[in-house]
Design a protein around this ligand. Structure first.
Ligand code: NDP
Ligand code: MG
Length: 354
């Protein structure tokens, strides 16, 4: 195999460091650059270990990430930064890389059509990193009529609905299946993460909302499924280890690394309980509006940050997101600038509520 060059956007995070772990085990892939945001100490260590000279902080300016990719023109750019800013970075790097390995679901949630147009224009390939989408990507073909994503239910899945309202930061961050960044862990407990993933799947697989099912699947072993028209359902199962989808996003279509298979036992699939996860209903209500999807993401970003700083209670996230959304209309954003305006306005509104 010819050597492939890789740039990681967000190398100091949960996905970023797991990608480094994968790269250590892969031959023929070379890290040629990366970004970090605030963790300069870890960035220095990574640079030394991987012998990389080109690493930049995005703290002053997210365009640093775009310029890095412009300079390095890597075969693969893995984008793993949380939040709306990932849209601008993803759009910015598409022209200068052959493949985007995309972890940042927010880019597709807010500006899916812009990302798709740009991928097409520059003939850049997108391979998902998110576990559910990676699972489906690997079993998707032209006979697929519908898909299903699975959800763990997050840290509070077994709590009384009444008690959930007062859950503490520590409670919410004790995820039963995955070790992830803080925002996505809180978003798992509200199922906002699954709303995002439904929109992400609509974009990646070009499906309508009603062609996507979501099941609670406590065991965290089946990550995605596809339905074929002859009544068969194919499921893709693997251990809840993000390094498996990360490795695939780099090596696709080849499977290169060895990982342990999952321990198979009883597997359960249940419908999502809307009383426990009221925000999951947004996946039905706002899927057809990029304006509302962007406002939803912004309000959630602000609310989750406030919760993690101890400024609001867990259940206030639900109220802040719902009330912020109620102030927006479906609208027809035309470009990144329109989305940035919506993002900013939603942040202000949600910030005032905090
Ligand atoms: P983390 O919070 O662990 O890491 C975030 C990374 O992005 C760090 O390198 C951080 O830098 C950098 N960063 C933070 N804020 C900004 C910003 N405003 N601009 C540019 N860079 C920034 O997040 P995760 O790795 O968990 O998640 C990254 C993305 O991947 C998210 O979109 C998430 O939804 C998605 N994802 C994550 C999964 C997981 O298992 N963790 C699973 C599926 C999807 P620094 O630390 O130096 O400040
Ligand atoms: Mg996921």
């Amino acid at each position: 195999m010819a050597e492939r060059t890789v740039v990681i956007i967000g190398a100091t995070g949960s996905i970023g460091t797991q990608t480094l772990d994968v790269l250590k085990r892969l031959k023929d892939f070379k890290l040629v650059g990366f970004t970090y945001h605030t963790n300069g100490e870890l960035a220095e260590r990574i640079a030394k270990e991987f012998n990389v000279k080109d690493f930049v902080s995005t703290f002053e300016d997210p365009e640093e990430a775009v310029r890095l990719v412009e300079n390095k023109k890597p075969d693969i750019t893995l984008v793993a930064v949380p939040g709306f800013v990932s849209l601008r970075i993803t759009l910015g790097v598409i022209p200068n890389t052959k493949r985007i390995a995309l972890a940042s679901k927010e880019a597709l949630v807010c500006g899916g059509w812009l990302v798709r147009e740009r991928l097409k224009k520059f003939k850049t390939e997108l391979v998902p990193v998110d576990s559910e989408h990676s699972a489906i990507f690997r079993i998707f073909d032209e006979n697929v009529t519908r898909i299903a994503l699975t959800a763990s239910g997050g840290a509070l899945r077994d709590w009384n609905v009444e008690d959930i309202k007062d859950a503490t930061i520590d409670d919410v961050l004790s995820h039963p299946v995955w070790r992830m960044g803080k925002r996505v862990t809180v978003d798992s407990a509200t199922m906002v993460n699954k709303v995002f993933e439904v929109f992400e799947a609509m974009e990646i697989f070009d499906l309508s909302r009603d062609a996507i099912d979501v099941f609670m699947h406590r065991e965290g072993i089946v990550h995605g499924m596809v339905y074929l028209k002859d009544g068969t359902v194919k499921m893709n199962a693997f251990k809840a280890d993000m390094r498996i989808p990360i490795a695939y996003s780099l090596t696709h279509p080849d499977v290169v690394l060895d990982f342990q298979e999952p321990k198979l036992s009883i597997l359960t699939f249940e419908d999502v309980d809307l009383e426990r996860y009221p925000l999951f209903s947004k996946s039905f209500e706002i899927h057809d509006s990029y304006a509302l999807r962007t406002a939803f993401n912004a309000a959630d970003e602000v609310a989750v940050e406030a919760f993690l700083k101890g400024k609001i209670k867990f259940w206030d996230i639900v109220e802040i997101v719902e009330r912020t959304l109620s102030m927006f209309e479906k609208g027809e954003p035309r470009d990144l600038k329109d989305l940035e305006e919506i993002d900013e306005r939603a942040r202000e509104i949600a910030g005032d509520m905090v």
